[in-house]
Design a protein around this ligand. Sequence first.
Ligand code: ADP
Length: 236
Amino acid sequence: MIEMIDVWKTYPNGVMALNGIDIHIDKGEFVYVVGSSGAGKSTFIKCMYRQEKPTKGNIIINGKSLTKVKERNIPYLRRQIGIVFQDFKLLPKLTVYENVAFALEVIEESPKVIRKQVMETLELVGLKNKARFLPDELSGGEQQRVSIARSIVNRPHVVIADEPTGNLDPETAWGIMEVFEEISNRGTTVVMATHNKEIVNTIKRRVIAIEGGRIVRDEKRGVYGYDETPDPLSTH
Ligand code: ADP
């Protein structure tokens, strides 16, 4: 469960990126975060994994306050949240297996548990046969699958993704969405900022629209709703 209570974020340069956000996301929900460029989506997402600290307000994830946590405990808190970025952020000199295993090695899991969980996760994302490959030997879609595997290998309750299909062609993007659907079907909460109108309008889920740092729309089975913005991934 994710709760944001009256969250405000003003950057040091004076830009007011979030202006009083109240939101409640239940366990297992799948939520798209949409909005025009500069609306505050990334700031919203970054506050959710404590990359940015709100100027005011409280964020609670699975009963733990992200805003009250001590700096030194932030890494522990982040480990309970899987994070997927637009640009994958894989370690280039490590194999697929090692990139995914790394997330478990830092929490000192036993080699046996690591092997089992990494292989199970690679199977889930469809990359079991590429465990020994290096990131630059993979396509963009495959690299994103590795980064998703890394984000879920320690079985977090929440996966947060900031434009995960932003760098991918439409067909590959659909494949990535299937992986997120599977993760969601297993009961994991998924929060995804996206500009992908076709996906939002086809795989109908809750849509939270942000404009000017405020929530302007929150619909159970919503639509993208920005016809004026050309969709970079549209095939039409
Ligand atoms: P979106 O993800 O919807 O494009 P952002 O959250 O990135 O929006 O940005 C919201 C506003 O905050 C924009 O006006 C942006 O220029 C500003 N902003 C984002 N990050 C920073 C930062 N680190 N410092 C100052 N201003 C920022």
